[in-house]
Design a protein around this ligand. Structure first.
Ligand code: ATP
Length: 222
């Protein structure tokens, strides 16, 4: 099932997605996506909030999460919102989204799904997780000091690539690990701080904080 690696230097049509719950979006998401665009020289990272989050309990509704993400990315030149999963009824499965993207972009497109170390460790719980690599590549971003060991990817039906240029020539079936400047924050920490009415510092963009206050979000226990 592992795709053979090509070294064809032709530029491919590219689509890079950072999927997430974004409940709420925070500096860890934004700074990682910015750095990713820069390090990999991608013109755009598409941030895609999930719709019906079957894997997490008590998630804020998609309309709010999408609105917060849109506010956070308003001034971001290389980051864009892709709302497609919030518009779909029922459970959101990454593999379905990737099938749709592959149909839209064609068999040669360089399609990537971006995940942090924690998500990489739980990838086996995803619906038809192995098919993700038949449809796309995966970019793993080290989450702070938490680095994925290569032994943890042994059963991934994918080829590990270190060279960024070669990686960008692959349509699917490969993964690359990137160590970016760590931003040690999570949505869980943000929600907990807001619940306790503690400061979240500059981890949440001001327009998002204004939205949270206007709509009274994260006041009840999650
Ligand atoms: P929660 O605390 O609710 O689980 P989260 O902070 O992990 O949320 P998600 O929306 O679930 O945020 O994350 C979306 C993606 O971004 C995931 O792949 C996750 O690993 C990654 N990510 C989240 N926070 C960071 C961070 N600080 N640095 C790097 N990647 C991150």
């Amino acid at each position: 099932m592992v795709t053979s690696v090509t070294d064809d230097a032709k530029p491919l049509n590219t689509y890079v997605v950072m999927g997430g719950t974004f409940d709420p979006v925070h500096a860890g998401h934004i700074k990682s996506a910015r750095q990713l665009a820069e390090v990999m020289d991608y013109s755009c990272i598409h941030m895609m909030p999930c719709g019906d989050a079957y894997h997490k309990q008590g998630v804020t509704n998609a309309e709010h999460r999408l609105a917060m993400l849109s506010l956070a990315l308003e001034q971001e030149a290389r980051l864009a919102v892709d709302a497609r999963e919030t518009l779909r009824d029922g459970a959101t499965f990454t593999v379905e989204t990737l099938k749709q993207l592959r149909q839209e972009l064609g068999s040669n497109a360089h399609i990537c799904w971006v995940i942090g170390t924690d998500t990489a460790r739980s990838i086996r719980t995803w619906h038809h997780w192995q098919k993700v690599f038949e449809l796309a590549n995966v970019i793993v971003i080290d989450r702070g000091a938490d680095v994925l060991d290569i032994s943890e990817t042994q059963d991934w039906p994918a080829t590990a690539i270190k060279d960024k240029t070669i990686f960008k020539q692959q349509a699917k079936g490969c993964f690359i690990q990137l160590a970016l400047e760590p931003v040690e924050v999570s949505s869980t920490e943000i929600r907990d701080a807001l619940y306790k009415q503690e400061s979240v510092g500059d981890h949440v963009p001001q327009p998002v904080m204004n939205y949270i206050e206007q709509h009274g979000l994260y006041r009840g226990k999650n």
